[in-house]
Design a protein around this ligand. Sequence first.
Ligand SMILES: [Zn+2]
Length: 171
Amino acid sequence: MHDPPQLLREADWLIEIGPGSGTEGGTVLATGDVTTLGKDPHSLIGGFRTGREPVLVRQRADRDTMFDQGRIRGLTAADFSCNTGSLRCPRCEGTGQVSLDVRFLPHVDIACPACDGTRYAPEAAGILRPTPTNPDDGMSLPDLLALTARQAIEQVGDIRRAEPSFPTGPA
Ligand SMILES: [Zn+2]
């Protein structure tokens, strides 16, 4: 099932952990079915479903409308793909992880030491886009992708394609 709204509707019980990713996560925000979450002011999922929270779909925001500096260097949107683009990390081939082959032990996956798990080659960090809160210095795509959705919308809210595109409405 690849349709998140359908998954939420059909789940018997949801445990929402957040409020952000990485170090901003780890707290149970709300539990229940999607209707319960929609009424719970602590739930971000409920907020997204009801339109209370802005939603940013990062993959749509990250490439062709963002990097004028990239265009100057002759790069296209395809170059910013971490799967197949020229800016992907050559060591991990854009996966962000490498597998350690330790003798007599199972393989261990760790964050790629070349890109620190960002999935991009070092050149990507040098391509900056001015953002509303960083108008002079700008931010790189790897830096933007490390942000939570809430942090990222402050940086790319000026891009039309970053407007909320997650289906919202009554649960
Ligand atoms: Zn890498």
